[in-house]
Design a binder for this molecule. Sequence first.
Ligand SMILES: Nc1ncnc2c1ncn2[C@@H]1O[C@H](COP(=O)(O)OP(=O)(O)O)[C@@H](O)[C@H]1O
Ligand SMILES: [Mg+2]
Length: 260
Amino acid sequence: MSNSQSLGGRIDVAGIPSELRVLATSFNSMLTRIDEGMTRLTQFSGDLAHEMRTPVATLLGRTQVTLSQTRDVETLRDTLASNVEELERLTRLIADMLFLAQSEQDKHALDRDEVRLDAEANLVAEFLMHIAEERQLQIAVVGKASVSANRLLVQRAITNLLSNAIRHANKMTMIEVTIEQSQTMVTLSVANVGRAIASADLGRIFERFYRVDADRSRDSGGTGLGLAIVRSIMKMHDGTVVATSSTDGRTTFQLRFAVM
Ligand SMILES: Nc1ncnc2c1ncn2[C@@H]1O[C@H](COP(=O)(O)OP(=O)(O)O)[C@@H](O)[C@H]1O
Ligand SMILES: [Mg+2]
């Protein structure tokens, strides 16, 4: 049997009287759920500490070095400006973490409206236009359909996918947002051409803080939580998100909503 330190043990169901077996089986599955929850929590706080340690260490180091000598105003200003960037990153990280923690707890019904996916996609595309233009990218929105959904959450999911596509697309290419409706499903796909995602990574990019090696450098700016948020938003809508990436570099993320 397990003690309170280890949740690995289980009751041997075969060895007990049949009238207790149902109870023992559900006790075992409860242990499994608690065990999984504990593992997730431990890993999560470990990841969080790790993610926050780097920006905090950077802030501290830079500030200490600057303070160690007399500096001119220009240098002090530069230090403060870099600190602001780092602090903005931390703020984003904390906001994203809070969003994820809340979305997993709030099981109550969403505020839903009829949301036109084409209208929302165009809105987000316009909002991100200036970043896209810096990389000479074009964004095309094709097709239309409506879903019963929470507008702000849908906007957030599209924003996360589109900003990833903008970051990863090859310069001077086209990012395609395609909206389609079948009898059972409404889908919104965001496709870009860039460096393909290896199939080993494809299964993991929706995990919190998971980034493909090449994207781990800090100047890429992401918190590694964008896709975890997309997945959790789709779960709240009883939908899914699926990623595919072909060797020629075309990567597609598809949001799937069930037709009500
Ligand atoms: N369109 C894309 N093309 C290539 N890789 C992508 C794309 N979108 C996401 N990824 C990979 O998935 C990882 C996780 O994405 P995300 O959760 O949004 O975190 P972040 O954008 O903060 O790095 C990214 O770091 C990147 O490696
Ligand atoms: Mg992202």
